[in-house]
Write a protein that binds this ligand. Structure first.
Ligand code: PEP
Ligand code: MN
Length: 263
């Protein structure tokens, strides 16, 4: 079902009115974690003004350490949805557990399956039964074929609305958080009709590298860009060191829109 043979025309995924794919650029922005409402409002207002069309934030966080901040849970979902509504942006948030799909789908316009859960087949099956579009992130040690097979798990349950995301893979070099595999974008394009976006925030972990990688993703044909933005990265509950400031996002958003128009 994910194969280009099954469906030669590029798929367009509609997230509560925001289209991704087929020439429509998904601009997903927001903090790594959902934080207090006032901060979420400040960030959302800024990224919306810059042209972001989807607002993100994690309420259930898959952290490396069980002692790290795990997210605000349902309260976080409520905050995210309220803030998204306030600025007319559909919201994207991660679901980490098959038992939470129904709850998260009540608040989220798009369900994110994170890199760590890409091959959680019980979760894929459950989001496949949901009527919400899914953002499926590539696992850090997954091949492109693995990614497409995981999309197949979702599609085969009857949910056709899957957007893939290249977010960097493991490498031997600690210079960047992950290794941004920009070639995955045109490679997926040869194999699948599904939209593919890039996430230069998790791919690089370094704000100074994000603009170049975001632009490279668009130049390679990506259908969207997922970027973490925080108004005070020093106090962010997670992934502060890789966050762009709203002003930096604004500058980059202008460049991304300009390049996308040329594509
Ligand atoms: C995230 O989007 O905040 C996240 C945890 O991403 P990934 O699953 O790609 O690490
Ligand atoms: Mn993050």
């Amino acid at each position: 079902l994910a194969s280009i043979d099954a469906h030669p025309a590029p798929s367009i995924v509609d997230v509560s009115g925001v289209k991704i794919g087929g020439g429509h650029l998904g601009m997903i922005a927001g903090p790594c974690s959902v934080e207090e409402p006032e901060r979420m409002v400040r960030i959302a207002e800024k990224v919306a003004q810059s042209g972001a069309n989807l607002f993100r934030g994690g309420a259930f966080k898959p952290r490396t350490s069980p002692y790290a901040f795990q997210g605000l849970g349902e309260e976080g979902l409520r905050i995210l949805k309220d803030v998204g509504d306030k600025f007319g942006m559909p919201v994207v948030t991660e679901v980490t557990d098959p038992r939470l799909v129904e709850l998260v789908a009540q608040y989220a316009d798009m369900l994110q399956v994170g890199a760590r859960n890409m091959q959680n087949f019980a979760l894929l099956t459950e989001v496949g039964k949901s009527n919400r579009p899914v953002l499926l992130k590539r696992g850090m040690s997954a091949t492109i074929n693995d990614l497409l097979m995981c999309a197949e798990y979702i599609l085969s349950q009857g949910n056709p609305n899957v957007v893939l995301c290249e977010r960097g893979i493991k490498s031997f070099d600690p210079a960047t958080r992950n290794l941004f595999d920009v070639a995955a974008v045109p490679q997926v394009r040869t194999l699948s009709h599904l939209p593919i976006i890039v996430d230069p925030s998790h791919a690089t972990g370094r704000p100074e590298l994000i603009p170049a990688c975001a632009m490279a993703g668009i130049a390679a044909g990506a259908d969207g860009v997922h970027i973490e933005v925080h108004d005070c990265p020093e106090v962010a509950k997670s992934d502060g060191p890789q966050a762009l400031l709203p002003e930096q996002y604004d500058e980059l958003a202008k460049q991304m829109k300009g390049l996308a128009e040329l594509m």
